[in-house]
Ligand binder design. Structure first.
Ligand code: FNU
Length: 293
């Protein structure tokens, strides 16, 4: 069993070269899976991973904060047991703050890369453009496949630099459209006057439209608001997949969310603090599988 002492510290780049064979001409020949994996867009990676695992569950690797010294080994242990039932891993500040990005989180990312699981950093980027670009660059350089960002800051000098760096590095950007918590209505649900058309519109509808025009790779809509999922899905169709957190502990329901149009379910505590995370992950995966057409 891998633990605190495991030596998975290779970066994405050095690992790729480790797997490569050098020809006489000096070119590297990569096994096709590695080459394809490195070049696939985030959306394709997710698609492929979901098919392979026969699962649409994104594990929110949120562990309790009472034993910070063993978070790394707890994370690896969790991934070792639940990975057959998930298609991706989402990491939050629960781990980045205590473990640090390059010496701690990167070890987890190296492990998820070995498992061929795409990773999402839930940093909810929400600052001025220059800062946003630097945040995204750090996470992508550490090895994350996608970041979550907040469309409230807008495009110019807001999220534009994030989308630019994502394009350069072939990574993904997922936008918050309607969050899962009780007060989501106060921000995402307020009625605004569209500055261009002067029409009154719900905030989240304009965010869904931005997700399309900015070519986002995903849209977060809480599983706790199936009617919002349905409405957003009508706007996005299959172009921008919906990711829904809020299943289980927050009150959202697997079947209702999927039937309303969710593509990926983000599940944290229901799995991570359950008595048997593997069984729980399998149970949720199977429940989700039954609803997917
Ligand atoms: P669980 N999360 C969320 N709602 O819960 N990123 C949102 O609207 C959102 C999120 C995250 O409740 C939350 O921070 F945009 O234990 C946590 O990491 O299943 C996870 O999704 C849900 O955790």
């Amino acid at each position: 069993m891998r633990g605190e002492t495991h030596t998975h510290s290779l970066t994405r780049e050095s690992k790729t070269v480790t797997h490569a064979a050098k020809t006489r001409k000096g070119y590297y020949l990569f096994p096709s899976t590695i080459l394809e994996g490195a070049n696939l867009s985030f959306q394709l990676k997710m698609n492929r991973s979901a098919k392979k695992a026969n699962s649409n569950i994104v594990l929110a690797l949120d562990l309790p904060s009472d034993q910070p010294h063993s978070l790394l080994s707890q994370s690896i242990k969790m991934l070792e047991t639940v990975h057959p039932y998930i298609c991706a891993v989402k990491i939050n500040h629960h781990l980045v703050l205590p473990l640090g990005l390059f010496n701690g989180i990167q070890k987890i990312l190296s492990f998820t890369q070995d498992l061929e699981l795409p990773t999402i950093m839930d940093c909810k980027i929400n600052d001025i453009g220059n800062t946003n670009r630097i945040i995204a660059e750090y996470y992508y350089k550490a090895g994350f496949d996608a970041v979550i960002a907040n469309p409230f800051v807008g495009w110019e000098e807001g999220l534009q630099p994030v989308f630019e760096v994502a394009k350069q590095m072939r990574r993904g950007v997922i936008l918050l459209i309607y969050m899962s918590h009780k007060a989501a209505e106060e921000g995402y649900g307020q009625t605004i006057q569209n500055p261009k058309t002067s029409q009154l519109t719900p905030q989240y509808v304009t965010f869904a439209e931005k997700a399309l025009s900015w070519k986002a790779d995903g849209a977060v809509v809480g599983a706790t608001y199936p009617e919002k999922i349905r409405e957003v899905h009508e706007i996005l169709g299959e172009k921008v997949p919906i990711y829904s957190p809020g299943v289980g502990v927050q009150g959202g329901d697997v079947e209702t969310a999927i039937k309303a149009g969710t593509r990926y379910l983000i599940v944290g505590r229901t799995i991570t603090i359950s008595e048997n995370p593997t069984e729980t992950a399998k149970h949720i995966r199977d429940a989700a599988k039954r609803c997917v057409k």
